[in-house]
Design a protein around this ligand. Structure first.
Ligand SMILES: Nc1ncnc2c1ncn2[C@@H]1O[C@H](COP(=O)(O)OP(=O)(O)OP(=O)(O)O)[C@@H](O)[C@H]1O
Length: 351
């Protein structure tokens, strides 16, 4: 871990932030608790950040305050070094793609993309809109109306329209929520490629951990109005700080133990930890960190199994602990088989 990084990742700051959000707070008058509570984050040029968390945790409200669609009670938003906290959306120079795409139904696809380019000379606007449609793979569909396109195509039109004005930052509020599972996977890779090609930074709101892991350079995990951890997908997956994060991103087994520096004594032996701790600790162990060896004298027994093709999930009981284990397709154990469990790699102490 770099010297300036905290385990929560809050001090990870791009060298020259494009966007700086400082302790934003928002309470809706008739609601009790704050919807957003002191959220701070920084975003570098061209960086993709995902705001990830369960329904109602404050992701959209945070995004709307950055975009200027909601006025914060406290805190500030700076973009390219300029305080934009109370500027209207159109004065911020930030692009926005809404959940429902918000395309104009009476305009053609091409005219939808041209909409933000009204200040350019007509020929230039036409050329730019055609270029954007080519970039999103819809060059042949410019004459159609939005209702004559699939959900994924409409999504790409919305993106082309937002990117046409070359914003340095684009805000995406659950942009894939109307797409089916296959289309989601394809479209999110296209969107990532497109943003990287145009050099636009992006903030994506999602409650889908797989989407955040696949798309973002960094993830801010939110719970009850607060950012509870920030880091790269890899850091967050490998080093969750709390039981909430460990279970929200992937699956985890939660064990207890007695820590002594970088090691911890558990019911499964003495194990290395990813960071130092002392005394009673709660630990996260990923299902793929556990190896199963068939052993007639083993202390554990397979109680459940789910075949998934590329791997399989086992539920394994040992004493009072029921652990979830993910093994490769080669390892086959029938329900009722006695096994020995081995935990590989470091376990993670939680707060
Ligand atoms: N205009 C509003 N008036 C009153 N309460 C609101 C308003 N907008 C949001 N809230 C409340 O603020 C909290 C955060 O809402 P927000 O939409 O930001 O959450 P979210 O994480 O984006 O959820 P989802 O994933 O379901 O869209 C929720 O409790 C919500 O009910």
């Amino acid at each position: 871990m770099p010297a300036d990084a905290s385990p929560l990742g809050f001090r990870q700051r791009p060298a020259k932030p494009l966007l700086e959000v400082d302790r934003l707070r928002k309470t809706f008058s008739h609601a009790g608790a704050a919807a957003v509570e002191r959220v701070s984050l920084a975003l570098g040029e061209g960086e993709l950040l995902a705001l990830l968390g369960p329904s109602g945790c404050g992701k959209t409200t945070t995004l709307r305050m950055i975009g200027g669609f909601e006025d914060p009670d406290e805190g500030s938003v700076a973009f390219e070094g300029r305080d934009i906290t109370h500027l209207p959306p159109e004065a911020r120079g930030i692009g926005f793609v809404f959940q429902d795409y918000a395309l104009f139904p009476h305009l053609s696809v091409l005219d939808n993309v041209k909409f933000g380019l009204r200040k350019l000379p007509r020929a230039q606007a036409q050329a730019r809109a055609e270029e954007m449609l080519r970039l999103v793979g819809l060059a042949d569909l410019g004459k159609r109306r939005p209702h004559q396109l699939s959900g994924g195509q409409q999504q790409r039109v919305a993106l082309a329209r937002a990117l046409a004005v070359a914003p340095k930052l684009i805000l995406l509020d659950e942009p894939f929520s109307n797409l089916d599972a296959k289309m989601r996977v394809e479209t999110r890779q296209e969107v990532r490629k497109l943003l990287k090609e145009t050099g636009s930074a992006g903030i994506l709101v999602t409650h889908d951990q797989e989407e955040a892991l696949a798309l973002a350079d960094r993830i801010a995990v939110m719970d009850a109005g607060r950012v509870v951890q920030m880091g790269t997908p890899d850091e967050i997956y490998r080093n969750p700080v709390s039981e909430f994060v460990a279970n929200f991103i992937g699956r985890s087994n939660i064990l207890t133990g007695t820590a002594n520096g970088m090691n911890v004594q558990t019911a499964f032996g003495n194990l290395p930890m990813s960071r130092a701790a002392n005394g009673a600790v709660t630990l996260a162990v990923r299902p793929e960190q556990i190896m199963l060896d068939a052993d007639p004298n083993g202390a554990a027994i397979i109680t459940g199994r789910e075949f998934r093709g590329h791997d399989q999930i086992y539920w394994v009981q040992e004493g009072d602990d029921c652990l979830i284990v993910i093994s490769g397709p080669g390892q086959q154990h029938a329900i009722g088989t006695r096994v020995t469990m081995r935990i590989c790699d470091c376990v993670v102490p939680l707060t």
